[in-house]
Design a protein. Structure first.
Length: 285
């Protein structure tokens, strides 16, 4: 009888302990908070996911992070480099995907490692045979000590960006490029072969030719078609700036004058200034 009574009591105690253990997990902030950064490059996107450790009075490079050893470039899980499409990393093609971003710091140079190992904890399971590529970059001294590990995109253009890793008193960087020109030119050629071409398509093509200094006479033809379909102050400015660049100031002045009047009526200061610049450029020509 005593066994019968104690058995349910034991079950209740076990159940109580299980409940306590499941309720004991209290969410607290991570010591090295997670961060994600993204940057449009070409027609794609580059992202970095990493954890950000702090110095907390410690010496890092050459001590806590030993020289000559593979490092996860952060804390917790290995830092991830994510490419939305094929890109050039340090001049070498890397396929779209998620990669582990490992590094080997030394006092003067760092080895950057792009690895297929994107889901491992730390660098304990790192395997060199899973490297996609590795290359060396120069370590640069920082003028001021930096408390938190920081990865950022700098010196970016529409087609490229530098990835900068900085912490303590050192920074390194490497270049990612994704030149969209071939894709854009193929798309323009495809669109221009269609039977019904919109003002928006003509405008995008004309602007791209203007920005890349291509066949500006063709760009002017397209800009003229834009104005024929859609008389707005911004379309007149498109025609005006291209005409001025090819030296057709009579055409540019006519378009800019019309665009200026419409921009003033709309109260758009930016396009008032834009059209005025074309008129100034062509004054006396």
């Amino acid at each position: 009888m005593l066994k019968t009574i104690l058995k349910p009591a034991g079950l209740l105690l076990a159940a109580g302990l299980f409940t306590l253990s499941t309720q004991a997990q209290i969410a607290t902030p991570q010591a090295s908070p997670a961060a994600t950064i993204s940057q449009a490059v070409g027609l794609g996107k580059v992202s970095v996911e990493y954890s950000r450790p702090s110095l907390k009075g410690r010496k890092m490079f050459g001590a806590q992070v030993p020289y000559g050893k593979v490092w996860r470039t952060g804390a917790n899980k290995v830092t991830n480099l994510i490419l939305s499409e094929d890109m050039l990393v340090n001049g070498q093609k890397v396929a779209a995907g998620t990669y582990g971003l490992f590094t080997i710091p030394t006092a003067t140079t760092w080895t950057i490692i792009i690895s297929k190992d994107a889901n491992i904890w730390g660098a304990y399971e790192y395997k060199a045979e899973n490297d996609v590529m590795r290359f060396d970059v120069k370590a640069q001294k920082l003028a001021k000590s930096q408390e938190h590990l920081t990865i950022e995109f700098t010196e970016f253009t529409p087609a490229e960006t530098n990835v900068v890793i900085s912490w303590e008193n050192v920074a390194v960087k490497f270049l990612i490029k994704n030149d969209p020109d071939a894709k854009i030119m193929a798309e323009i050629e495809k669109k221009m072969a269609e039977s019904d071409i919109s003002a928006a398509t003509y405008s995008a093509a004309a602007n791209y030719y203007f920005d890349t200094n291509r066949d500006l006479n063709k760009a002017l033809t397209w800009a003229t078609k834009v104005v024929e379909q859609d008389q707005k102050y911004w379309t007149y400015f498109l025609k005006a700036k291209i005409a001025a660049k090819v030296g057709q100031c009579d055409v540019a002045t006519d378009a800019a004058t019309k665009g200026l009047a419409m921009a003033k009526e709309a109260g758009d200061d930016a396009y008032i200034l834009n059209n005025q610049k074309v008129l100034t450029q062509c004054k006396g020509k």
